[in-house]
Design a protein around this ligand. Structure first.
Ligand SMILES: Cc1ncc(COP(=O)(O)O)c(C=O)c1O
Length: 391
């Protein structure tokens, strides 16, 4: 009967990150540097707000778009932080995580045959949804461009079928960000084009140096941009499932239909916790960001000292060294590393074929664990290098 299952669903796969994570769960004494999940607890005042919501029986459905107070707080947050202007009444939707936000955005704008431009390597959450819509991912090779999309690269891939350009910065898996000039050039290129921009800014609070620049802050692109954000990374709330979309009213009024028939509304209890996060906790990310910055310097320094070719990240909590010199696929490298040295990293091909030849390390782990993992990695590569000398 499996042949009766929707072809598009049969043809997508479980994310390579999860696959590898599940696989390494079988090995003992493994230092796992695989998961994109902050190692901090959700701030206490946010947890208290969630508990209070339960005690006060805030357990009903809410407005499909989310509590108006929360939408207002979210609009205020992005205004203050990124100079984005959205009307909470009809331009903000509270979703079940950024994942759902991506889903409703793509399902609202894509049709059979639409093309979607994405940087490669990239977070694996876009391609399957694009394909489920019958649309086509068009990857732009950013490996020679410090993993950054730019106007010239985008222009080369534009066709009359291009319906959307994805700007996922700060980037998972590379940790790179876009400069203001770069975003301005992309805005200039796209402003008159008949297409949408999906700007996934889930790591916007974790720009390690400088500021986050949203393309929606450029008025010429605001009307065609859907900004995706949420609290998973900024407030260490991955399991609470709160995402956000910010989009002009003419777009939001269609996205809300997809959202309504998908989940009705985000959890009411969680929305109350999110309200605390976006009012009393607007700077909750700062101490976490400081810690990620210190860890990034440490991990980057260690990898460089080991001889890895690696870009210095400036956002999120990932680093993406090249393993090409070991002449193995990223999957074989990661498997050998976990089996022989007890360190788990994510093979780069989980982030599209453009990630082949790299591995992703997450530094959302304690310094102690990072040190242990990197010591093991160092021993492993020393051994690899010795093996290749003697073979
Ligand atoms: C770039 C990017 N977008 C979206 C998400 C999904 O976030 P959420 O957990 O809020 O669904 C992730 C999660 O890792 C991510 O890295």
């Amino acid at each position: 009967m499996e042949h009766l299952i929707n072809n598009r669903v049969r043809n997508i796969e479980i994310s390579g990150i999860r696959k590898f994570f599940n696989m390494v769960a079988e090995y003992e004494d493994v230092v796992s540097l695989t998961i994109g999940q902050p190692d901090f607890y959700t701030p206490q005042h946010v947890k208290e707000a969630g508990k209070r919501a339960i005690d006060e029986n805030k357990t009903t459905y809410t407005h499909n778009a989310g509590l108006i107070e929360l939408r207002a707080a979210a609009a205020h947050f992005v205004k203050k932080k990124y100079n984005l202007t959205y009307n909470p009444e009809d331009e903000v939707i509270v979703t079940s995580g950024a994942s759902e936000a991506i889903d409703i955005a793509f399902r609202t704008i894509l049709e059979e045959g639409s093309e979607v431009i994405l940087p490669g390597p990239v977070y694996p959450g876009y391609e399957p949804i694009i394909k489920l819509c019958g649309a086509k991912p068009v990857y732009v090779d950013t490996r020679e461009h410090n993993f950054q999309l730019n106007a010239a690269l985008i222009e080369k891939h534009l066709t009359d079928k291009t319906r959307c350009v994805v700007l996922p910065y700060p980037s998972n898996p590379t940790g790179c960000t876009l400069s203001k000039d770069n975003v301005a050039e992309i805005a200039e290129l796209l402003k008159d084009k008949e297409l949408f921009i999906l700007s996934d800014e889930i790591y916007s609070e974790l720009v390690l140096e400088g500021e986050h620049h949203s393309i929606a802050s450029f008025s010429e692109c605001r009307e065609k941009t859907i900004v995706i954000n949420g609290l998973s990374k900024s407030h260490s709330m991955t399991g609470w499932r709160i995402g956000l979309t910010f989009a002009p009213a003419y777009l939001s009024k269609h996205m809300i239909k997809v959202h309504q028939y998908n989940v009705t509304c985000a959890s009411n209890i969680t929305q109350h916790a999110a309200l605390a996060a976006l009012t009393e906790g607007i700077d909750d990310a700062l101490p976490m960001k400081k810690a990620y910055g210190e860890r990034m310097e440490y991990v980057y320094g260690r990898l460089k000292a080991m001889g890895f070719e690696v870009e210095k990240p400036n956002g999120a909590f990932y680093i993406f060294p090249s393993i090409k010199k070991y002449q193995m696929s990223s999957f074989d490298f990661a498997l050998k590393l976990v089996k022989e040295a007890g360190v788990a990293v994510v093979p780069g091909d989980a982030f599209s074929s453009f990630g082949e030849g790299y591995v992703r390390l997450s530094f959302a782990y304690s310094m102690e664990l990072l040190e242990k993992g990197l010591n093991r990695l160092e021993t492993f590569i020393n051994q690899l290098e010795n093996e290749s000398v003697f073979n």
